[in-house]
Ligand binder design. Structure first.
Ligand code: GUN
Ligand code: FE
Length: 453
């Protein structure tokens, strides 16, 4: 338990898709169990009284001029073991990149010490960038994957963690493969049970996910067994789906049906399933996702390298599907969800206008495809929380207090100040130019987990 405290200041959040709400000088009361006990707005009749009462008890934190409160960011798709190769090895297409760089790196997580060092560095970096909830692929190692869960618990990050299941000899190398479908299922079951029982995880800050890497790396028996396990364990599920021409085409050729249809067939699509990428899904795939309530992790930066296409995000948003953002470390070379907000806006603009100047302007793009800064912010916060079916992502009584302070006056900031900027201008500037130097405090579940020194 923490000591209860209150924060008074201006907060930005997106309780409705596409709309930023500005809570000017609001008093947010955080209870000892890390939840939002009350939000007292400045026009409330008892505002001054409540503020003075908390100030007297010594637990009031008043934001300074230029400081703003934002909900913590939700990263729906990260490969934690790939952090050591962040920012390199992006010269090959997906299938080659996996064999040449990624599987050899992931195989090293058989060693506990290697895992502990890499995961400590990654989780610290993500918290410093404001990521309060992360949805992780670990590796196929049981112990190493538990090290990741322990690291999140130790540092106080909310997380969903999966031990990666992968057994198909055609796509997985001998040195990095579950020995059989039964082994893949059994290790996944053990992982789920051991993660849930970890000391310090009584409130399920860290949750397990059934994690078939993607259909090409799994046998039919493994996929079917994981589907059965999912129905018993009722936990989250994550996988890659229709990411690139190669991955999408591989599944079509193997089954004569789409990735999404096959995931449904194997019992892997539920309200708590997160499908990474989804770039090449068709209309009926989107409808199937909607019927199941599953969500999409949009990974706009990674998609520029591996996907061969841009997700039709405008359509996904307009259809009302569950969707949030993913960094896809290390397919994406930035650990920052704010960066990915910018890449999501850029990618959507490129899709809208088209990119090949040799084609006539009227035929060049796939308009309407643009998204607004408020929509990008919603994806990074409330959208991610909704996709995970967790009570996070915005400021509302009863939800968990996962938040950060962004200081636009911080040293080394890239945010341009102007004397006529009102809060809506500042919001847009934060979305475009805030970065790690501006994120001065981060809380998860009411606990201070990062402070810029
Ligand atoms: N598909 C299967 N594995 C991976 C991975 O590690 N990264 C990405 N981007 N796509 C994948
Ligand atoms: Fe990925």
């Amino acid at each position: 338990m923490n000591t209860p405290f209150s924060i008074c200041g201006t907060a930005f959040h997106a309780p409705r898709r596409g709309e930023v709400e500005i809570l000017a000088d609001a008093l947010i009361e955080i209870s000892a169990d890390g939840g939002i006990a009350e939000i007292v707005e400045s026009d409330h009749p008892h505002y001054q009284e409540r503020k003075s009462a908390t100030a007297r008890s010594g637990d009031l934190h008043v934001l300074a001029e230029g400081q703003y409160l934002l909900p913590g960011f939700v990263d729906l798709h990260i490969h934690a073991p790939q952090f050591p190769q962040l920012g390199k090895a992006l010269d090959a297409p997906l299938a080659d990149w996996l064999q040449k760089y990624t599987f050899p790196l992931e195989a090293r997580y058989a060693e506990r010490k290697f895992a502990a060092t890499a995961y400590d560095s990654l989780v610290g970096t993500l918290l410093a960038n404001g990521t309060t909830t992360a949805v992780y692929f670990a590796t196929r190692h049981l112990e190493g994957s538990l090290v990741l869960a322990e690291t999140c618990l130790g540092k106080g990050q909310r997380a969903v963690v999966g031990r990666v299941a992968m057994d198909d000899e055609r796509q997985c190398p001998d040195y990095y493969r579950d020995a059989s479908p039964d082994e893949g299922i059994d290790l996944t079951r053990q992982f789920i049970h051991r993660l849930r029982a970890l000391p310090g995880n009584e409130k399920a800050l860290v949750r397990p996910a059934v994690t078939p890497r993607f259909i090409p790396s799994c046998s039919d028996r493994l996929l079917a067994g994981l589907g059965e396990l999912l129905s018993v364990e009722a936990c989250h599920m994550q996988t890659h789906c229709s990411e690139s021409d190669w991955a999408h085409g591989y599944v079509l050729e193997r089954f004569g049906r789409s990735d999404t249809e096959m995931l449904a067939e194997f019992g892997l699509l539920t309200r708590r399933s997160i499908l990474a990428h989804a770039n090449l899904m068709g209309g009926s795939d989107f409808d199937l996702l909607q019927a199941k309530g599953s969500g999409i992790a949009h990974c706009p930066l990674s998609n520029f390298y591996f996907a061969n296409a841009v997700l039709p995000l405008r359509r996904v948003l307009d259809q009302g599907l569950h969707v949030g953002l993913g960094t896809d470390i290390s397919g994406g070379h930035s650990p920052s969800i704010l960066d990915n907000c910018r890449h999501a806006m850029t990618a959507a603009r490129a899709l809208h206008d088209g990119v090949d100047g040799r084609i006539a302007a009227a035929k060049r793009g796939a308009a309407p495809a643009r998204i607004t800064p408020s929509e990008a912010f919603w994806l990074a916060t409330a959208g991610g929380g909704e996709a995970l079916d967790l009570p996070i992502g915005l400021f509302r009584k009863g939800l968990r207090f996962d938040a950060m302070v962004v200081d636009i006056n911080a040293p080394h900031s890239n945010i341009a100040r102007a004397d006529n900027d009102g809060p809506p201008d500042i919001f847009e500037k934060i979305l475009c130019n805030a970065g790690r130097p501006n994120i001065t405090s981060v809380w998860v579940e009411g606990r201070l987990v990062h402070r810029l020194s």
